[in-house]
Design a protein around this ligand. Structure first.
Ligand code: FDP
Length: 280
């Protein structure tokens, strides 16, 4: 596992340089989910793939930017699903973005996730590694240094509601309105990595990306985005659900499947469950 973490550190240093100097324009192509790929998406993907290909313990990789799983080492132990540059459309306005990695064994599905890593590229570069606990590192003088363990409080103060309000179900809108009415503050940049990182570091709250009228299964991808953060939230003492159950119990039938998702501290997630159970 350590060689994978080292590889992610190496890729993060290269991607930081790419973000700082690269072209933020669109490419000619779309990814499997139908998003127009930016040149930065493709270049970040190439950086990570080239580094992962040198790691003997990696059996297979699959990127959000690609259609298929790539088998690298038949004797490798780990399978890695990654989103090379999540929120890449925010680079041109100089907001934070991130890379997300889900590390699996045997098969790409929630039951088999054994670790996750995300890197936040903001004013600082930080890497959060989840195994049995959640550890944050910061890039200082060219090296990642351990800063702190991350633990969520029982209840937080932030609310990050995703998607477009006119596509929300009425009961979901009511839930979000009620949370704000109770004094929660809006924190939503449109980048999943910094938005979830903020809630983790500020002690708690709720991030939601529900099923909507235009996307009944939500927008966020299970293997590349939802499961890696679900592991981090659970190990930090919070929860991650699809409205009804743990997202780490959601089945995957295709590598690019999406799922509605809610990440937060215990109190906020119980509140979501309470509302959703009456609205199946
Ligand atoms: P993006 O499409 O810019 O890559 O991964 C998808 C994502 O960003 C997340 O980072 C973010 O949380 C979400 O989309 C934002 O979607 P909405 O604008 O629909 O809320």
């Amino acid at each position: 596992m350590q060689e994978i973490i080292n590889a992610i550190e190496e890729s993060a240093i290269k991607i930081k340089h790419l973000i700082e100097t690269g072209d933020t324009g669109k490419s000619e192509s779309e990814n499997s989910t139908g998003d127009t790929q930016l040149k930065l998406d493709i270049q970040s993907d190439e950086i990570i793939e080239a580094i992962f290909k040198k790691i003997p313990s990696i059996k297979s990789i699959v990127s959000e930017e690609q259609d298929e799983i790539k088998n690298i080492n038949p004797n490798g132990k780990y399978l890695i699903a990654y989103d090379p540059l999540d929120g890449s459309s925010l680079v041109d306005v100089n907001l934070s973005v991130g890379s997300i990695f889900g590390i699996y064994e045997n098969e790409f599905n929630a039951k088999n996730i054994v670790a996750s890593v995300y890197v936040v590229f903001g004013p600082r570069v930080e890497m959060v590694v989840t195994t049995d606990d959640v550890k944050m590192y910061r890039l200082l003088d060219g090296k990642f240094k351990f800063i702190q363990n991350i633990n969520l409080n029982e209840k937080g103060k932030l609310n990050a509601p995703g998607s477009t309000q006119n596509c929300w179900a009425p009961f979901h809108k009511q839930l979000i309105d009620d949370i704000f009415a109770d004094g929660y503050r809006l924190r939503y940049s449109g980048g999943m990595v910094p938005d979830l990182h903020q809630i983790l570091l500020k002690g708690g709250g709720l991030f939601s990306y529900p099923g909507t009228s235009d996307r009944p299964k939500g927008k966020l991808r299970q293997l590349f985005e939802v499961f890696p953060f679900a592991l981090a939230y659970e190990k930090a003492g919070g929860d991650a659900i699809d409205g009804y159950k743990r997202v780490l119990e959601v089945e995957t039938s295709h590598i690019h499947d999406t799922t509605p998702c809610f990440f937060g501290s215990k109190v906020e997630i119980s509140r979501v469950l309470e509302v959703y159970k009456n609205n199946v």
